[in-house]
Every structure is written in C-alpha cells, then in structure tokens.
Design a protein around this ligand. Sequence first.
Ligand SMILES: [Zn+2]
Length: 227
Amino acid sequence: MTVAVEKTKEQVLKIAARMASAGLVTGAWGNVSARVPGEHLYVITPSGIPYDAMDKMDLVVVDGGGQVMEGERRPSTEIKLHLAIYRARDDAGAVMHTHSVFASALAVAGKPLPPVLEDQVQLAGGEVPVARYARAGTGNLAAAAVEALGQANAVLLANHGLVGLGRSVEEAYQVCLVVEKAAQVYAWASLLGGAAVIPPDEVRALREMFLTSYGQPGRQARGRFTP
Ligand SMILES: [Zn+2]
C-alpha cells in the first residue's frame, strides 16, 4: 500500500483514540473514516474492536463501493453511512460518528440543534439537523443522514447519535466535540428559560470568517487543522 494510505491510517488511529478518551463514545461504538488523498480509497475503523486495543493493523481500507482492499478485520457496520457522505460531499475528507450524550438527547427528542454558539456555527456551519429514524448499519440510515445533512457539517441520527464531517480527521473530531458541547449548552439554556438563537446573517458571516481567515495561513493546507 502507498505512503498516503499509511499516513491516513495513522491519522485515523490517533483521532479514534482521542474520540474515545474525550468520552464521545462508549465501548467499541462509534467509528471514524478518512479519504486517502489522491486515491479512491478510504480508511475506516473496524467493527467491534475497543479503541484502547486497536492498532494500525486493525484498520480497514475500502474502495468507494465498500469492497475491502486491505485489512483482516471487518469494517465498521456503519460503512454505508460513511461512504454515502463521501459520495454526497466532495469537501468531506473525514467522517466521525459518535454516541455522545447531549447530542443523543437531542436525537432522541427529535430536535435539531439551532445555531446557539459561535464555535458551533463556525465549525458545523449552523443548525445541526436531525435525520429521520432508520436502523443502524443500514443503507436506509445512510440515505436518511445524507438527505438531512445537506451542506451542514453535522447531522443527528434519530434515537442514535451524531455524525460530523470535516476536511481533515482533526476537523471532523472538532465538529463532534463542539456539537456535543453546544447540545449540552442548549439543553441547559432551555432549562433556564430558553435559548437565544444566532440570526441567519450572523451565522453566514461567522462561517465565512472561519473559512477565510481563522487560524494561521497554510495550516489547513498541511492537513494540521487546529481551531
Ligand atoms: Zn452508532
């Protein structure tokens, strides 16, 4: 396999460990994938292997149709979800799926997360919609997620969890973290009498500012996105 595949595997392994230690998933649930730059290949975490026991050899390389190209393990059961997002969104370099608590609470309530915090808006692109219910691991769930996602960078899966995407694995992880935090803040604000939502013009301006002038020049280009 190529250097690009090996490099992508290292990135996926590292971010999967951070996802687990940040408490965004429990046990072996949740999954992460990344597009291999310049190749029609994707690296995805395996099904049912705990994150603290996972190593590079456990990761699976698949093509756009889900055919395993390298690896001994079975890919994540949500592989259809990941591949459907890559097909629908050319800008997606990585996809992360978590079961974090407050995002899941909104997904159970069937409520989208309105744009309530500036970091949420900058990273997730505004409101986080809720996809209609579909069973985990099915093509139906993949279709429901893509349908609700549109141009947002995160989508809640009804009665299930959250999916975040980014240009890099780091960005997909930050999207999931920030959406979980915003979901928690939104839940608390609702208990305190109601959440004030950021107006649409301001949402657009914040997102635009983030895409054009946030951080240090060249950081994203080197794939080392750090908000
Ligand atoms: Zn799940």
